[in-house]
Design a protein. Structure first.
Length: 468
């Protein structure tokens, strides 16, 4: 396998470590939970081609599509927001160009309120994102822009294949940057109320970017959630980390590839990237491996993992790294295993999803000519959110605290599942594979029949008050 993670430039990582705690995610993670189901996350919604129409025309079309009552409330909110923004020093010209005539964008509200319907298994997630076509296109682009990427690797210590992997995953190398008007989308989300404070701050930052002359209000396009340009930076990330890579004194993350790439490299460097170290490598676990050790919070020196019999899947040696490593099983004990390093945590700051971070690692590895996954994918089958909710309720009722059933597999549910698996002699991987859900269902039914449930099931409301 090619050593795709480059050569050591320790000075950068040392400086960056100090800044590690202050780094904010690139993309919208306002909910604080990993984004597991991300349809069209790039926001490349072709909204009737509105982006190419004059502002007055599209404002009219949006008004026509939105209830008048909501518009009244929105207009009042917008007037108050505008005053606030002006008081914070944003120019009248910027406020006029970005906010005059805007209306709530119904499509943005719809996408924001969409609930995940299923948990996509890792192999499916990876198969959709790391394709032969994407690898070939990325390699061609790396060759085309070799001078830029070589320079970035020298300056920031971030391997060119890692930057290209983010580029490929975020916008398919700039081909799907999103075409929604950012001020209108952010105003919609700030008005909506669910995460007002977060999006209000993003809108203010978007206006400050326009005010600084980096882009005009019409040209500021992106995803429904406010992510912009080649690398899908949120406005706050733009302000904190974006840099001018081509020296024209403007930061243009939409049209200037040097600006977009220098900004991404600057972000990763300041997030604590350790030059010369990988994000993750696929590993083979020994017979009799204690699955309890395979979790993201259990960190050991690489040498200790080696003593436990963990080896690199490609037959090479385990990498020498400064920090500790964890073993993760994104699709349960029957699927591939990965050893993850400090740079995995850096990628998780960009996007708080284990699957995303592993996809970055896999795409980077393949862009460098390395191999695809070696191990089989593990137990297949998408996991419906309703099933996961039922799983959480069943665990709760049997005395394994999985928290309020929400269909999301967070640390509490994983811990509950691990306790259940340990008590029933199953591999303790904390992964809700279909077979595990079936096992819990059966145990729950038996416990109910035997009157052993810790909690009583939720009462049924609305039935007949009395029976004859
Ligand atoms: Ca520039």
């Amino acid at each position: 396998m090619a050593n795709w993670f480059g050569t050591g430039k320790k000075s950068i990582s040392v400086i960056a470590s100090a800044a590690k705690q202050t780094v904010v995610p690139v993309k919208s993670t306002a909910s604080g939970s990993p984004r597991r189901f991300t349809p069209r996350e790039d926001g490349s919604v072709r909204f009737l081609g509105l982006c190419v129409l004059a502002p007055v025309v599209w404002a009219f079309l949006l008004l026509a599509a939105f209830p008048a009552q909501a518009q009244t409330g929105f207009d009042e909110w917008l007037a108050a927001f505008r005053q606030d923004a002006a008081a914070q020093g944003i120019s009248a010209a910027t406020l006029d160009s970005a906010l005059t005539g805007i209306a709530p964008v119904e499509r943005v509200t719809e996408l924001d309120q969409r609930q995940p319907e299923f948990l996509q298994p890792f192999a499916d997630y990876l198969g959709q994102r790391v394709t032969v076509r994407r690898v070939e296109l990325g390699q061609a682009l790396l060759a085309e822009h070799a001078a830029l990427f070589d320079g970035l690797e020298q300056q920031y210590g971030i391997p060119k294949v890692v930057l290209a992997a983010f580029w490929g995953l975020e916008t398919n190398y700039g081909s799907t940057p999103g075409s929604l008007n950012i001020p209108a989308s952010l105003a919609t989300l700030a008005f909506d109320g669910r995460r007002s404070e977060f999006f209000r701050g993003q809108l203010l930052d978007a206006l400050r970017i326009i005010d600084a002359g980096h882009i005009d209000a019409i040209g500021m396009k992106g995803s429904w959630a406010g992510a912009m340009g080649h690398m899908q930076f949120m406005p706050s990330t733009f302000r904190a980390y974006a840099v001018d890579g081509d020296g024209d004194a403007r930061i243009d993350l939409w049209q200037s590839l040097p600006d977009a790439m220098h900004s991404a490299a600057n972000y990763l460097s300041r997030a604590g990237w350790r030059a010369g170290e990988p994000v993750a490598i696929e590993v083979i676990l020994p017979e009799g491996f204690d699955w309890r050790h395979a979790r993201i919070g259990h960190r050991l020196p690489v040498a200790e993992w080696a003593e436990l019999g963990v080896r690199a899947a490609d037959g090479g040696t385990l990498p020498g790294v400064v920090g500790r490593a964890a073993v993760v099983l994104p699709q349960g004990w029957q699927g591939p295993a990965f050893m993850v390093f400090d740079n995995f945590d850096v990628v998780m700051q960009w996007n708080r999803s284990v699957n995303y971070a592993l996809a970055v690692s896999q795409l980077a590895q393949q862009l460098a000519g390395g191999c695809a996954l070696i191990s089989p994918p593990g137990e297949a089958g998408a996991l419906a959110a309703v099933q996961l909710k039922a799983l959480q309720q069943a665990l709760n009722e049997m005395g394994y605290d999985a928290g309020t059933p929400d269909g999301l597999i967070g640390p509490l549910t994983q811990t509950a599942l691990r306790r259940y698996q340990a008590a029933h002699g199953l591999p303790v991987d904390g992964y809700p594979a279909p077979s595990v859900i079936g096992h819990v269902q059966q145990a729950h039914a038996e416990a109910r029949a035997a009157g052993r449930l810790t909690l009583t099931p939720e009462p049924t409301f609305g039935g007949p008050a009395t029976q004859p």
